[in-house]
Structures are given as C-alpha cells and as structure tokens.
Design a protein around this ligand. Structure first.
Ligand code: SF4
Length: 64
C-alpha cells in the first residue's frame, strides 16, 4: 500500500499528526507531510485510521 496526500485539499487541521505522529508531520505552512509513504504492519491500520479521520479528505491509500 502507498499513502498519498493531496495538498490542494489539506486544510492543516493536524488531525493526522495528532493521531499518528510517527507517520505524519506538517510543513511550515501547516500542510501534511507523509513520513512513512509505504506503511507496513501496524502502521497500515494507523494509515487507514488517519485517512478516515481527515476532515478534508486529503489523504488516500493506493494499493500496489
Ligand atoms: S491531511 Fe487532513 S488531517 Fe492531516 S493536516 Fe491535512 S487536513 Fe488535517
């Protein structure tokens, strides 16, 4: 799986970072940075959770 971000949609709400700080960060504009682009194991479930909670639908998962 591959975790993808959409900066056109991201509103910098930070929910992803608060929920999964191992996987996400924010740049100096507040926009999401994906630290682990190909999560594995427990990080896969965490990535799915982040996609679900993002209020702007700025995260998505592509299956390889
Ligand atoms: S990806 Fe979603 S939850 Fe994360 S900072 Fe952007 S808008 Fe907020």
């Amino acid at each position: 799986m591959r975790l993808e971000k959409n900066h056109e949609r991201c509103i910098g709400a930070g929910q992803c970072v608060l929920t999964e700080p191992r996987i996400f960060d924010q740049d100096d504009r507040g926009l999401v940075r994906v630290l682990i682009e190909q999560p594995q194991g427990a990080d896969e479930a965490a990535a799915h959770k982040a996609v679900f909670i993002c209020p702007a639908r700025a995260l998505s998962i592509a299956e390889d």
